[in-house]
Design a protein around this ligand. Sequence first.
Ligand code: CP3
Length: 352
Amino acid sequence: MTDTLRNDLFLRALLREPTPRRPLWLMRQAGRYLPEYRATRARAGNFLNLCTNPELACEVTLQPIDRYGFDAAILFSDILTVPHAMKLGLEFEAGEGPRFERPVRTPRDIDALPVPDPHIDLKYVVDAVALIRRELRGRVPLIGFAGSPWTVGTYMVEGGGSKSFAHIKRMMYEAPAELHRLLDVVTRATVLYLNAQIAAGAQAVMLFDTWGGILTPAQYEEFSLRPMAQVVAALTREADGRRVPSIVFTKGGGAWLERIAAIGCDAVGVDWSTDLATARRAVGGRVALQGNLDPAALYAPPDRLRAETLRVLDSYGPGPGHVFNLGHGITPDVDPERVAVLVETVRNYVPG
Ligand code: CP3
């Protein structure tokens, strides 16, 4: 890729290099809170059509960059594309969340799982990455992503979202070796998938471990962290002569930040339940931190939102290594004007 990156603040912060200001992007920055997103999704018909059409995925990826000038773009896709490519029959029903027609429950279900070839079964994602990278023309770096094997596994076994996670927890206690076999297939698929995104132009990658926080500390180590460590260890380290940093985010993982920082990733995502000063002490300068404004702060009146945003910026303290973000994805009912207030506050921040 021959484009010159005009804004590399995000990549520099991930490597704990000094930057003139704190870079920012928001998880789920392309999404339903934006009227232009809803318009494109209406043209696509539904969410899956949007994900599987590289031109439309590119269009919605760029929308928040055009509107707010975030310091990074994130591929528009979903963590469930991998099990979709394993032919589990993914459906997104409006207002219902994801659902798999054929959940994975038995040893035979696990035996039948293929490791998808990203260049065939997930070609639409690889094509979207290449197109987005081209259309960005070096404005900001492009983030590729995948779900953590554990989090993707929860959807595969539960057959959709869950409150109790009864099926996968039962499997974890009754047949841990089977669960490991399942996680191993997902781990191998994830490595191929992320490395294909990097080869197509992703300049950083992020693992979303949305459900690691439902585990005990020992289970987290065994079923969530270890597979993520395997993924991170197998990632392509460099592209175009530049390091491709990796970010690992476990929602609810505040007590385990030190252990996450030790797996070889470059940055750790922090949800809103841990203060960044505490997080920073825990990781001891080994990694950069990304986060961690409470997404609900975007419901606050502008002055309150500014104060909450400054609190996050101040809590990190001086020195490099912070990428401003929310502590989880932006919610669909947020007023886009509030996001503008947040962006302006971060952009004008001068450490006190
Ligand atoms: O951050 C971004 O802007 C990139 C796009 C992105 C989406 N999903 C688009 C999406 C990313 C990074 C994801 C990751 C994802 N998907 C996660 C991990 C992060 C997290 O939020 O915890 C998870 C658990 C999923 C699975 C998933 N996808 C669920 C549970 C749902 C339904 C809930 C919901 O918000 O509707 C989705 C759908 C989804 N993925 C939407 C978007 C924009 C909404 C679909 C729509 O337009 O109706």
